[in-house]
Design a protein. Sequence first.
Length: 231
Amino acid sequence: MDSNPEVHIGIDVSKASLDVAVHQTGAFSSLPNDAAGIRSLVARLRRLKPQLVLLEASGGYERKLLDALGSAGLPAALVNPRQLRDFARATGVLAKTDKIDALVLARFAATVRPELRRLSDARERDLSALQARRRQLVEMLTAEGNRLEKAPPIAAREIKGHIRDLERRLGTLDKTLQDLVRSNPDWQLKAQLLRSVPVSVLSSPAPSSPTCLNSGISTAGRSQHLWAWRL
């Protein structure tokens, strides 16, 4: 898409709203952060053909908008919140409202002109989220295994039940990860390469190795799926 070098857009994203500012004109508008609002905003931006649309990373609330901007071929980028705060202070902007934040973003885009980088697509973010969740499950299993070693019988029964539930969840998650990796040839190749490397090369020894009687989270069990969550 051809862009207008004179148009730089800043969008302040929150859970409920998209606050949009145009640096060159000072124009400001606010739309709901939902499917209809995103469609309307993308249509407006396609008409404006901006040089850059800049958003501040906001804990994931910006992801759907970024996906839509990318699909529409609009040049979008994320800025680190700390960078934006430093820029605002350096330019004498101390007040903070949604409109001011959007205008600061637009000014940052026009002044600093941050380099466009490829944004991760939805499948990459799904993979990252599942990898993070798998690590959490492994940590919970390890913690429950440690508790089981010291628990009296009345508590051990409940811990074992929780361990079995976590194991089931881990097995389901591993299957989902495997299916996701198989859907991408590049990930399949990386998985094959990781499986060919000894586990000792990829991970350092754990500080402790709990028995985890019935937990199924032994070192061997973890290494079986190392490729699935170390991509």
